[in-house]
Write a protein that binds this ligand. Structure first.
Ligand code: SAM
Ligand code: SF4
Length: 325
């Protein structure tokens, strides 16, 4: 399925919950957010119908996210049903990994292919500060569990924030010298709570690249990884892992954007940074079948803007955890 700007749309990010067991400073206020009432969250069968409808018109890759997706009861059932949909050839999960050791085997057996794990620091005190409640050892147990269950490649998402963790980019990149980990440095986006302080906290990928190459050696362009999306990947000579940069702000990659986002409340969002959404929950609950939902998905695709306008500011009251990161 192609959009107005001739981009192939084949990737659906599905937020399965807006709830989270952490309160990352750039994502949520300390008191949390107003949770979506349970009855307004899409049921697992409704999500399955949306994925079937999306697969019918060309979606091949699905990522489950949130909030924290591992908090959603029945996630393994959802994965199993998505894995059974013809045309879907890649199912990934973005998680803070704290609950991963307890469910990893079940998720792998259900058909999960791989995970992206969010980790912004290697220091326990700082991890607690950034996440407001988290325990760093728990994330490492989650990373180990992902390797043991071969949810490969294991990618790490690191949001770089000036004055919080920008002094750790070399140490984080250094992990790729020891393990087949794929560290992706993500530019802080002005969304939700981070909206007000992004200007001073923002670190461009170019600056991170320059620090890493000065300290660890030349960054050599790396081969594409499975599901490598918008990141540009490099590696340091002889390293088993890679280092990626997601330049959402300094150099947007909208020209190759292939994604749609489904919020936990069943709204299809053609662009993270654009207010347009198409309601799928109401028609689903009024009995719409797969073909009707496919038509609505095409309507959302037609609304995809040519590029995001993050620099104009965040207009939505909701944050990343509510829309689906
Ligand atoms: N809870 C899961 C997790 O943390 O991996 C999935 C949802 S979270 C919203 C998805 C990703 O969005 C995380 O890697 C997080 O670091 C990133 N994120 C959240 N707010 C962000 C912001 N303002 N700028 C850049 N990335 C952000
Ligand atoms: Fe939760 Fe993920 Fe947001 Fe952190 S980034 S508060 S783990 S949803």
């Amino acid at each position: 399925m192609k959009d107005t700007y001739h981009r192939e749309i084949n990737y659906l990010r599905v937020s399965v919950t807006d709830r989270c067991n952490l309160r990352c400073i750039y994502c949520m206020p300390p008191e949390g957010v107003q949770w979506i009432p349970h009855e307004d969250i899409l049921k697992l069968e409704e999500i399955e119908t949306v994925v079937k409808a999306a697969a019918l018109i060309g979606v091949k890759k699905v990522r489950l996210t949130g909030g924290e997706p591992l908090l959603r009861r029945g996630l393994d059932d959802l994965i199993r049903s998505i894995a059974g949909i013809p045309n879907i050839d890649d199912i990934a999960l973005t998680t803070n990994a704290l609950l991963l050791p307890f469910c990893v085997k079940m998720l792998k057996e259900s058909g999960l292919d791989r995970v992206n794990i969010s980790l912004d620091t290697l220091r326990a005190d700082r991890y607690r500060e950034i996440t407001r409640t988290g325990n760093l050892n728990g994330v490492w147990r989650g990373i180990d569990a992902a390797f043991e269950s071969e949810l490969l490649p294991v990618k790490i998402n690191t949001v770089v924030i000036r004055g919080f963790n920008d002094d750790e980019v070399v140490a984080m990149a250094g992990l790729t010298l020891e393990k087949p980990l794929h560290i992706r440095f993500i530019e802080l986006m002005p969304i939700g709570p981070s909206n007000s302080w992004t200007t001073g906290r923002f670190v461009p990928a170019e600056e991170i690249m320059s620090i890493i190459s000065t300290r660890l050696g030349q960054l050599i362009p790396a081969k594409k990884l499975v599901g490598n999306g918008p990141a540009q990947y490099y590696h340091i000579k002889d390293a088993p892992g890679t280092i990626g940069f997601i330049t959402s702000m300094s150099e947007h990659f909208c020209r190759s954007c292939n994604r749609l986002r489904l919020t936990a409340s069943g709204r299809l969002r053609p662009c993270l940074y654009d207010g347009h959404e198409v309601d799928l929950k109401t028609p689903l609950r009024e009995g719409a079948g797969i073909n009707e939902i496919s038509n609505l998905i095409m309507k959302a695709v037609a609304l995809k803007p040519d590029r995001h306008h993050m620099l104009d500011g965040w207009q939505d009251k909701r944050g990343m955890s509510q829309i689906g990161g």
